[in-house]
Design a protein around this ligand. Sequence first.
Ligand code: ZN
Length: 268
Amino acid sequence: MTGVSSVWLDPLRTALDEGSPVPVAWFFRDDDAGWADDRLWPLIEVCAAAGATLDVAAIPEEVTPTTGAALGRLAGEATIAIHQHGRSHVNHEATGRACEFGSARSADDQAADLTVGRDILEAAIGGPTTGVFVPPWNRCSEVTVGLLAELGFAALSRDESAFVTSFPEVRVCADWTRLTREGGLPALAGTLAGAVRRRAGGRAEDDRLTPAVGLMLHHADLGAADLSGLAQLLDLVANHPGAECVPLASLASTAGATQGAADDDSRT
Ligand SMILES: [Zn+2]
């Protein structure tokens, strides 16, 4: 595409070429809408050009009326899908890793943040969200998960390192920013190739494994070179018979109940 080599995608292309009984689903989750809006719109354009619905995790108290109206319009066109990303993306923990919905918050406080946040976001976008909750830093407590069920949320989306629950969840498995900072686009392609192979044989034994390949993005971190690389990745995924782009929320309806426990260690 655009004359820039996509040789960096060769490992992923090889993994996709190896084939699977059914196409592997992919989704693209962008976090922190409400911050750095000027970088959000170009990302949405790149995804729309590839025909991929961008899953946008929006911070209720940070979405301005202007941004909210634009997001609501794009959601109405199915260009994006809007999920709730916390309430205000603040850390309430005095020690340890940052968390908005962690052990420092009582169940009542968390319930208020979930419902008030939902109301604020739905008012801003002029309609319902998907009902998918994306906790800031990909972290929440077991109390949070119980509240999501009580309060009518449809699903949760964290990352693969998070503890497993019986609540429907669709997890991301790769972080664009972290991988490209550590090893450039080749590191990203290598991780995605591994993710494809882990899913190609059908449901794996690992309870933490979401069947889809979910890539986490942060638009605030994406410069022109990142967007060019993403366009190349989307071009491959959208046109390869071994892959299909699927909105996160539609995957939530098929997310199986799982059980077990694991540690949570992720970025945002
Ligand atoms: Zn975030």
